[in-house]
Design a protein around this ligand. Structure first.
Ligand code: GDP
Ligand code: ADP
Ligand code: 5GP
Length: 229
């Protein structure tokens, strides 16, 4: 039973920010803006935050591990999953299909874990429709020139792929207005601090803290009464 508020009224547990379940974070950015690097660094030191592993038809890059970076599947398997309604969202991005499994969401949020989805704007839109309480964050590069420099420096994609991704970058950028929070990834450490601050703040919401501190809050209120002369 939750403790009563100072006014003696029972706590209301409804509305945005009062949901004691895990928080759903959605992070989007044009390719090369640094979202994967930022999210990877963010996960260090946030044990309650899980990263959703997407399904994709893309071929793995050097160093990418099936089940860790993505679930790499064939077109046939992906389409089968679509027909089974296994995805909470999916989208065609560049030449490949990407999707988030319903099961991934259900498991994490029911466990009270925060979950972060690294998905494109089309997917973010679908997630918002199903989960209006999701917290969406858009990562901006400092400039298009720097974006291209990073894509080249990453040295993971062919010149042709880089050209495609640069051409799509404006399209992705044009959707920044649909997101709750904007972070510019100019200096990496500064952007990481900002991202951490957001995740940290949502973990401090009253409903979340009540669930975490439940017993201790109770004890303090009761011992107060006993201590009074
Ligand atoms: P990078 O993140 O740009 O380096 O490249 P990726 O190949 O990892 O991702 C390509 C695009 O697919 C990005 O815009 C991602 O945000 C998007 N994406 C990845 N996973 C998903 C997903 O599960 N659903 C949707 N809708 N988009 C995804
Ligand atoms: P995304 O997942 O958005 O495609 P990545 O995380 O793969 O982007 O980053 C693209 C490239 O840019 C990587 O080589 C990464 O090391 C580099 N990078 C990321 N953030 C910064 C930053 N703030 N300054 C300079 N380089 C960065
Ligand atoms: P990459 O192929 O470089 O790993 O990713 C390309 C784009 O696909 C990125 O913008 C990434 O955010 C997006 N993406 C990755 N997984 C998903 C997903 O599950 N759903 C959606 N909608 N987009 C995704």
């Amino acid at each position: 039973e939750p403790p009563s508020s100072a006014s003696g009224q029972p706590e209301q547990a409804q509305g945005r920010g009062d949901d004691p379940k895990g928080t759903l974070f959605v992070v989007s950015a044009p390719s090369g803006a640094g979202k994967t690097s930022l999210v990877r660094a963010l996960l260090d030191g946030h044990p309650n935050l899980r990263l959703s592993v997407s399904y994709t038809t893309r071929t793995p890059r050097a160093g990418e591990v099936d089940g860790v970076h993505y679930h790499f599947v064939s077109r046939e398997t992906f389409e089968h999953m679509v027909r089974q309604n296994a995805f909470v969202e999916y989208a065609q991005v560049f030449d490949n299909a990407y999707g988030t499994a319903r099961e991934t969401l259900r498991q994490a949020l029911d466990d009270g874990q925060d979950l972060l989805l690294e998905i494109d704007w089309q997917g973010a839109r679908q997630v918002r429709q199903h989960f209006p309480e999701a917290v969406s964050i858009f990562i901006l590069p400092p400039s298009l020139r720097e974006l291209e420099r990073r894509l080249r420096e990453r040295a993971q994609d062919s010149d042709e792929t880089i050209a495609r991704r640069m051409a799509e970058a404006r399209g992705e950028l044009s959707h920044y207005g649909e997101y709750d929070y904007l972070i510019v990834n100019d200096r990496f450490e500064a952007a990481l601090t900002e991202l951490r601050a957001l995740v940290c703040a949502f973990g401090l919401r009253r409903a979340r803290q009540q669930r975490k501190l439940g017993g201790a809050l109770h004890a303090m209120l009761e011992s107060d009464a006993e201590a009074a002369p």
